[in-house]
Design a binder for this molecule. Sequence first.
Ligand SMILES: Nc1nc2c(ncn2[C@@H]2O[C@H](COP(=O)(O)OP(=O)(O)OP(=O)(O)O)[C@@H](O)[C@H]2O)c(=O)[nH]1
Length: 136
Amino acid sequence: MHPSYYHKSHACIMVFDVQRKITYKNLAVWYQELRQYRPEIPCLVVANKIDADVKVTQKSFNFAKKQALPFYFVSAADGTNVVKVFRDAIQMALAYKKNSGDFMDEVMRELENFELENKEESSDKEETEESKPGSA
Ligand SMILES: Nc1nc2c(ncn2[C@@H]2O[C@H](COP(=O)(O)OP(=O)(O)OP(=O)(O)O)[C@@H](O)[C@H]2O)c(=O)[nH]1
């Protein structure tokens, strides 16, 4: 995947298809690539399409356990756990964004603060210009 897709990401949801083994096997490859660009962001693992065969939820998928990642059985078709996954991902992303010690994140945070301060300064200036007597 092009590195720009990883840029400024604060969480990752890795989804595999329980009916296609290759998609599970490929998780390791995707995960390695993700960690190259975003070493610390929260990553969630999703086993999708459980509606196709619910018995699959009795199987254990060790990839997530091995990497100590949160794991969810999901069906995008009937909605099982979809909201939960996105809620958890957003919560983890926000927590990460606030507290990240990753160097690139710190740089991005500084840049965002700098831009905000500049915007505030220029809007303060505009306000004082407008309130000057005789100004249009
Ligand atoms: N039964 C079932 N089918 C699903 C589920 N989620 C997606 N599908 C089906 O799987 C197929 C692929 O879904 P897409 O949304 O195209 O997923 P994708 O990741 O873009 O798939 P690729 O095009 O193979 O890369 C579609 O026919 C979907 O209807 C699910 O939870 N259960």
